[in-house]
Design a protein around this ligand. Structure first.
Ligand SMILES: NC(=O)c1ccc[n+]([C@@H]2O[C@H](COP(=O)([O-])OP(=O)(O)OC[C@H]3O[C@@H](n4cnc5c(N)ncnc54)[C@H](O)[C@@H]3O)[C@@H](O)[C@H]2O)c1
Ligand SMILES: O=c1ccn([C@@H]2O[C@H](COP(=O)(O)OP(=O)(O)O[C@H]3O[C@H](CO)[C@@H](O)[C@H](O)[C@H]3O)[C@@H](O)[C@H]2O)c(=O)[nH]1
Length: 471
């Protein structure tokens, strides 16, 4: 059987991955009709909003959606119709860490993947290529295949592919336009290879073929977890070294520069910080830990677990530095927190280190004022309520206020804490900030973005992650 020519694609899950990924496919493949479906009506309404108030903020995304929405890109809640019409279906639903039951706190909650798969099985009335886009534990494709094959209608067949996504938030569109690689895993049967060729031909519309890697199904699934684990491991390594720098007077920027200059190490992902956040790193490493334990590999599990533990330590260490530096108490003190997103150029707050810091400050009964250029107020209240189960929203609102700008947030505060590396925090007028602050005025830089010497000349007391200078 010759590889299928893909004319219609359905993507189940209109989130941070499904939305941008399939919008870019629609842009680059005008001959393919792409329908992105979701059960969440509000999300689909936002994708369809006349003024392009899209449900996620991602630089460049609006231009892509404007170019193809209504042409060959559609957003809908009619999941069944999109499944039936398409030859190729991406499953791009969420796979959060399990909160209860077996594997709670580590394993991936696969019930969204399973219900999407069951829906495909229930309504498909022709052969489909089903593509696992979500990040999943090794061998999930096997479970999907079992469900699909058990429900296959006469004359139909299902081929399962793994095609993990490597985009990073904030640079998703650039990453999708020019990916380092596209990874496709398939069974090594003729049918599996044909399905793989069909998906590869979609990407080949804009990705050089040398960058389209084809591997076995399980290698593909494991490679995604491995890539995230190794990226996060670099951050935990540099953060561990930042603690040594603070204790010795070395400078973590200089150390990272010197180490990264070795072409075998490379310069990327060596930026010390208050800790990594985001929906993926912690979840995927815990998933790898759980997988290792299930395979009776406790040493391997312990190795990867330490990457997450180091990250927790880094966040705790930073909160403690704030308290210690502010004369061992922040009770009743006023602290501005600049940034709430887990990184710059996104409105996403999942696992943001800012949440942990603010939780710690509230536990010390400090007053906190937050400013973030992209995160919605609703989201901040929701995240803080979840992070502080002992406090009601009313109590949280007595201690936390939201400011309309960075300058407003810093007024009359004893300390400014930089939690996200937004460009505007680099460019803020620190002299104005200083003039309006309570003295002595402290800056705690958790993202290595300020020029500490300049700030000290203005009069600030400055603490930067990974720098051992006395203030
Ligand atoms: N966020 C990232 O940067 C990123 C990058 C690479 C991979 N991933 C992985 O991609 C997957 C999706 O992540 P995300 O950030 O887009 O999640 P998300 O929560 O933003 O989006 C998932 C969407 O799927 C929808 N959904 C769930 N079950 C459904 C069903 N049965 N039918 C229809 N819709 C359904 C939800 O309503 C939600 O809108 C995860 O496995 C994640 O680990 C995420
Ligand atoms: O040197 C660095 C680089 C990043 N970070 C932090 O690490 C977190 C994650 O950043 P990043 O990886 O840029 O964003 P994500 O959107 O989480 O992307 C990661 O997770 C995605 C989901 O699986 C993968 O697809 C991407 O390849 C992978 O980079 C953020 O809090 C960053 O501030 C650092 O502290 N130091």
């Amino acid at each position: 059987m010759a590889p299928v020519t893909v004319k219609k694609i359905c993507c189940i899950g209109a989130g941070y991955v499904g939305g941008p990924t399939c919008a870019v496919i629609a842009l680059k493949c005008p001959h393919i009709q792409v329908t992105i479906v979701d059960l969440n009506q509000a999300r689909i309404d936002a994708w369809n909003s006349p003024d392009f108030q899209l449900p996620i903020y991602e630089p460049g995304l609006e231009d892509v959606v404007r170019a193809c929405r209504g042409r060959n890109l559609f957003f809908s809640t009619n999941v069944d119709k999109a499944i039936q019409e398409s030859e190729l279906i991406f499953v791009s639903v969420n796979t959060p860490t399990k909160k209860s039951g077996v594997g709670a706190g580590f394993g991936a909650d696969l019930h969204y993947v399973e219900s999407a798969t069951r829906r495909i099985a229930a309504v498909a009335n022709s052969s489909k290529i089903v593509v696992e886009k979500s990040t999943v534990p090794c061998r999930t494709a096997e479970s999907m295949r079992t469900i699909l094959e058990a429900n296959c209608k006469p004359g139909c067949r299902f081929d399962i592919l793994s095609n993990p996504e490597f985009l990073a938030e904030g640079t998703a569109i650039a990453d999708l336009f020019s990916p380092d690689r596209v990874l496709i895993g398939s069974l090594q049967t003729q049918e599996g290879k044909d399905a793989c060729a069909a998906l590869a031909s979609v990407y080949a519309n804009w990705v050089p073929t040398a960058r389209i890697l084809t591997v076995g199904l399980w290698s593909s699934e494991l490679s995604k977890l491995a890539a995230n684990a190794m990226l996060a491991q670099r951050i935990s390594s540099i953060n561990a070294l930042s603690a040594i720098c603070e204790a010795t007077g070395a400078n973590i920027d200089e150390v990272a520069h010197a180490v990264g200059y070795d072409s075998r190490v490379g310069p990327k992902f060596l930026r010390a910080s208050v800790g990594f956040g985001g929906s993926c790193f912690q979840k995927d490493i815990l998933n790898l830990v759980y997988l290792s334990e299930s395979l009776h590999l406790p040493e391997v599990a312990a190795y990867w677990r330490q990457v997450v533990e180091m990250n927790e330590y880094q966040k705790r260490r930073f909160s403690k530095t704030v308290v210690d530096t502010l004369f061992n108490t922040i009770t009743g003190k006023h602290i501005a927190v600049l940034g709430f997103a887990f990184k710059a150029d996104t409105g996403d707050t999942r696992e943001s280190p800012a949440i942990t810091l603010i939780r710690d400050f509230l536990a010390e009964r400090a007053y906190v004022t937050v400013y973030d250029p992209k995160v919605e107020a609703e989201q901040i209240w929701q995240d803080l309520t979840e992070a502080c189960p002992d406090l009601t929203l009313e109590q949280i609102k007595k201690q936390v206020t939201l400011a309309p700008s960075a300058l407003e947030a810093c007024k009359q505060k004893e300390a400014v804490v930089i939690a996200t590396e937004w460009k505007e925090f680099r460019e803020i007028s620190w002299q104005t900030v200083y003039n309006d602050m309570t003295k002595p005025a402290f800056v705690f830089d958790g993202r290595l973005i300020v020029d500490a010497d300049k700030l000290r000349e203005i009069g600030f007391k400055v603490k930067v992650i990974g720098r051992g200078e006395r203030i």
